[in-house]
Design a protein around this ligand. Structure first.
Ligand code: FDM
Ligand code: MG
Length: 211
């Protein structure tokens, strides 16, 4: 590695927008075409102690207050923050399949929590260089496979989440909205274009912190 840091790229959006598929393809492209190290992380990480509890919460077998759920989702990120900084410092790109934006959007939309209170729990985490917002009309999302399996996969919640993304979060210059109604290959091309445009612009700059 030549001393340049890796970049932090987050995929965000409602459920069934295709984030996981697109993130995997972007990972492969960065590794194989750009020939740079990269890893892909999914939040919530369901394999840690906090993540196992969140998994039971999302599947509906555990009840948690909105505040407790929110703090667990945030803790699920904080518990990996040292590893995250190390990877970025070592020159690896880190792709995130959901991040703190989902944290605040879902807690506000589904649990009615106060946005400012929610934001505070993630304050100080590394701020992504690029957020790829895969935007899909929840009506269409609800017709895609397996919609409705988990706690927040309900039309009204998804509509509120989308509104929150668009009204409150989609304002900073590092957000790119990509219509997830397009064929997956088109979505991937736009993701790659946004990454290509971002890379030379941010790499000599230090990473910022949320928010
Ligand atoms: N979710 C995800 C939250 O409510 N808060 C968070 O901080 C994160 C990262 O968890 F409904 C919600 C969003 C979604 C659910 O996400 C599970 P995946 O991407 O389907 O695993
Ligand atoms: Mg899901």
């Amino acid at each position: 590695m030549n001393g340049t840091r890796g970049t932090l790229i987050a995929f965000e959006g409602g459920d069934r927008a295709g984030k996981s598929t697109q993130a995997k393809q972007a990972l492969q492209w960065i590794r194989e075409t750009l020939r740079e190290p990269a890893v892909l992380w999914h939040f919530p990480n369901r394999h840690s102690a906090t993540g196992r509890l969140l998994d039971t919460y999302l599947s509906g077998s555990t009840e948690l207050t909105g505040q407790v759920a929110h703090l667990l989702f945030a803790a699920n990120r904080w518990e990996r923050v040292e590893e995250l900084w190390q990877l970025l410092d070592s020159g690896s790109h880190v792709i995130l399949d959901r991040y703190a934006y989902s944290g605040v959007a879902f807690s506000v939309a589904a649990r009615g929590l106060d946005p400012e209170w929610c934001l505070a729990a993630d304050r100080g985490l590394p701020s992504p260089d690029l957020v790829l917002f895969l935007d899909l009309d929840p009506q269409l999302a609800s017709k895609r496979g397996n919609f409705g399996e988990e706690r927040y996969e309900q039309l009204v919640i998804q509509q509120r989440v989308r509104q929150f993304f668009l009204d409150r979060l989609f304002q900073s210059e590092n957000w790119v909205r990509i219509s997830a109604e397009q064929p997956p290959d088109q979505v991937q091309l736009q993701c790659r274009r946004a990454i290509t445009e971002m890379l030379p612009r941010v790499r000599s700059l230090p990473l910022k912190l949320l928010w």
